[in-house]
Ligand binder design. Structure first.
Ligand SMILES: [Zn+2]
Length: 412
């Protein structure tokens, strides 16, 4: 974590003179937590990222005189340029505000900024609360979240600061939020900001969802549930570029419905194959979008909009699913954390983001290799059905064979 009060522990360098900049104040841009600094030699003014969130790897610096952006070239498109643009064009929206909920009075605090324009980024930053709690037990945790993520803030947070900014507007800079957050920081003796790493590995999902994940090692009552995670903006389609083009070009929009219909049919076909091979199974479809109906033997739990009730209901289904199947994306984060095993269908253009959408809960390497399967989206349904079927029927045998401690305990 980085201290920002009573002093800002950050050392920026003037691009013109090479001298160390004098830090003036923290600027709460929204996604970015920045430092406003000036050069004692030439008077140059700068805004620079504190190394938190995605700026841990890709920090940006803006020269205020020329509004010149310096930083990592490849991430400029989604991270650097929006920061620059937001500071040049602050958003004037009087409805945007900070809501403060104090649960425990603290003198020293660490702020975890979860604000982001992508759902997955926001959720992953929130999981950093666990590391902060373990590493800094004497420091109160403040979680800064957008309204949609508030339900997942762990009970141990000392304060919850909620902003009513939707994902679609989160790349903007709201000066009133900056002022309100800065004013709240005045209450404390010491303030730190969490590194809010983009892919934290240490977390207990139960602290966030308040729901116990599926336990592969425990006997389960009733049929084995297999759940497909549905979305209509990234579908189970061999060619990922077709849906991108259909969303982008009006003339191609007529293709969307047939593509989604084809996804529905693939799911029915896959579940039918598994149904023939496994006796006591139950199937569910969970996710956003309610296009087309499913046969009665498939439990259709899709919603047209996610609210708190729908989130909790979906989590209940994930947590009772032995297998989660879905196309790679942030839609797989919570299902993979709460469900048993995972089959992740990888679009050809997403192999570079391998496993970034999976919240691994199994720490044993060999058991983990069995539980999480990453398969090309183009995999034939028949093959996929066999893989899932064997994954279910073979787990106990594999698990017992591969865990030496179990074998040893049996041999006395
Ligand atoms: Zn200078």
């Amino acid at each position: 974590m980085i201290k920002i009060k009573p002093v800002i522990e950050h050392e920026g360098i003037c691009r013109h003179c090479g001298v160390v900049l004098a830090n003036e104040r923290v600027l709460w841009q929204g996604i970015h937590v920045c430092v406003e600094a000036c050069c004692p030699a030439c008077g140059g003014e700068y805004v620079e990222d504190l190394k938190v969130g995605h700026a841990t790897t890709y920090p940006y610096l803006i020269d205020r005189a020329s509004y010149t952006l310096s930083g990592h070239e490849e991430s400029k498109g989604w991270l650097g340029n929006p920061l620059l643009h937001s500071l040049q064009h602050p958003a004037a929206d009087e409805q945007v505000r900070l809501e403060v909920e104090i649960k425990e009075a603290c003198r020293d605090v660490v702020i975890i900024n979860c604000i982001d324009f992508l759902y997955g980024h926001s959720l992953l930053k929130l999981l950093n609360a666990e590391r902060e709690r373990i590493e800094n037990p004497d420091i109160g945790i403040i979680v800064l979240v957008q309204s949609f993520m508030k339900w997942m803030v762990p009970d141990y947070a000392a304060e919850v600061w909620t902003v009513n900014v939707p994902l679609s507007k989160a790349q903007q800079f709201y000066p009133q939020l900056d002022e309100q957050i800065s004013a709240q920081c005045e209450r404390f003796e010491q303030v730190f900001v969490s590194r809010a790493y983009s892919h934290p590995s240490r977390f207990n999902i139960e602290h966030f969802t308040k729901m116990r994940p599926f336990q592969m090692e425990e006997p389960q009552p009733g049929p084995t549930r297999i759940t497909f995670i549905w979305r209509e903006d990234r579908v189970w389609l061999d060619n990922p570029y077709v849906i991108k083009a259909a969303k982008r070009y009006k003339l191609l929009r007529m293709l969307l419905k047939p593509i989604i219909w084809s996804q529905r049919n693939k799911i029915v076909k896959l579940f039918s194959k598994i149904r023939k091979q496994e006796k006591d199974v139950k199937f569910s479809v969970v996710g956003l979008g309610r296009s087309f109906a499913f046969p009665d033997w498939i439990d259709d739990c899709r919603v047209s909009k996610f609210n708190l009730e729908a989130e909790l209901k979906a989590c209940e289904i994930y947590a009772s699913s032995a297998v989660i199947v879905g196309v790679h994306g942030s839609n797989m984060l919570l299902p993979s954390a709460l469900g048993g095993m995972v089959v992740n269908l990888m679009p050809a253009d997403k192999w570079g983001n391998f496993a970034q959408d999976i919240l691994f809960t199994e720490e044993n390497n060999r058991i983990s290799a069995y539980m999480y399967r990453f398969l090309p989206l183009e995999t034939k349904i028949k093959v996929l059905g066999k893989i899932i079927s064997s994954q279910i029927s073979g787990f106990t045998h594999y698990h017992d064979q591969m865990k030496e401690d179990i074998m040893m305990s049996r041999n006395g």
